[in-house]
Design a protein around this ligand. Structure first.
Ligand code: ATP
Ligand code: NMN
Length: 298
């Protein structure tokens, strides 16, 4: 189902981190081409640390969208995962969000960082996409469409929220226990995904398994192969090797200033971070557990 269609389900209840404000300073509030469908790209991940490849994903997606679709990209967001994800090498959210902000603000004209999931309990990707849908289409009322003839009033069109991910993430969607079937249906059926091919992850096989949502899965090939990963960057840093030109310079400076990634970091709780984080969140919800999150509104 396209996000143009409104559903009859009750409005979702979100919990916001304290003092949270949705970043919209670089969102295009008006569609340039009234014939297009506005799209907002959301990349969920650890970003520990953010690399040039994470930023390149958005540029590759932008080229793909312009050449192959009727979409117009009106915004791009990095959404760093919560500390509760507990993936090996996951630095605390404060530093990860700071580094993403440095990278977005100083190397791009259109990318933004949403700290919503980073500064609270673990949120599944389906819920993160719902949060963007809520902020952009419910709270901000979608994107303005300029009138095409004089006297005609301006209208508003809901932006379609789409997940932007590397093919390794898509490959995990066929692994048992990592994603629930309703979540997959929600993410791929309702929102859709743009997948950046990644060396070592078999995209075709991953997409074959997700065939029923094929119409909402867009595959983007990397014309210049680049297999930099945060894992390799962390390894270099631990060994005292240079990571300059693999990451934006302000991020390299930040890492040096704060002496980050010099040791092995927090130990993994589980190979499947999402599964473990969900389990621990369940425990937190038991009677008596407290939460500092504020109720989310607009
Ligand atoms: N070299 C790459 N090519 C394609 N996609 C990538 C690449 N690096 C990261 N991504 C994608 O970026 C998103 C965020 O990934 P994440 O922060 O987990 O980065 P990562 O480099 O894979 O991290 P780590 O090495 O810590 O596992 C994911 O969708 C991932 O697939
Ligand atoms: N069930 C889920 O919603 C689910 C499962 C696995 C990963 N993810 C997300 O994928 C992103 C990247 O994960 P990895 O860094 O483990 O590849 C994270 O934002 C994580 O929350 C979500």
């Amino acid at each position: 189902m396209s996000s143009e269609t409104t559903t009859s389900s009750p409005p979702p209840q979100f919990s916001n981190p304290p003092n949270y404000q949705f970043p919209a300073h670089r969102l295009s509030h008006v569609l340039r081409n009234p014939d297009k469908q506005p799209v907002v790209l959301v990349a969920c991940g650890s970003f520990s640390p953010i690399t040039y490849l994470h930023l390149r994903m958005f540029e590759m997606a932008k080229d793909y969208v312009r050449q192959n679709t009727d979409f117009e990209i009106v915004g791009g967001y990095l959404s760093p995962v919560s500390d509760q994800y507990k993936k090996p090498g996951l630095l605390n959210a404060h530093h990860r969000v700071n580094m993403c902000n440095l990278a977005a603000e100083q190397t791009s004209q259109w990318l933004m960082v949403d700290p919503w999931e980073a500064f609270q309990s673990y949120q599944r990707t389906a819920v993160v996409l719902d949060h963007f849908e809520h902020e952009i289409n419910t709270c901000l009322g979608g994107i303005a469409v300029p009138s095409t003839s004089p006297g005609e009033p301006e209208t508003r069109r809901p932006a379609r929220i789409m997940l932007l991910a590397g093919s390794d993430l898509i490959a995990t969607m066929s692994e048992p226990g990592v994603w629930s079937e309703p979540d997959l249906d929600h993410i791929l059926g309702r929102y859709g995904v743009l997948i950046i091919e990644r060396a070592g992850a078999d995209v075709d096989q991953a997409v074959d398994t997700l065939a029923r949502w094929r119409h909402n899965i867009h595959l983007i090939h990397q014309l210049v192969q680049n297999d930099v990963s945060s894992t390799k960057v962390r390894l270099f840093l631990r060994r005292g090797l240079s990571v300059r030109y693999l990451l934006p310079a302000p991020v390299v400076d930040y890492i040096e200033q704060h002496g980050l990634y010099m040791d092995d970091g927090p130990s993994p709780h589980s190979a499947a971070g999402a599964v473990q984080a969900e389990r621990e969140k369940g425990k937190e919800k038991e009677p008596g557990a407290s939460s500092s999150a504020a109720a989310g509104g607009c």
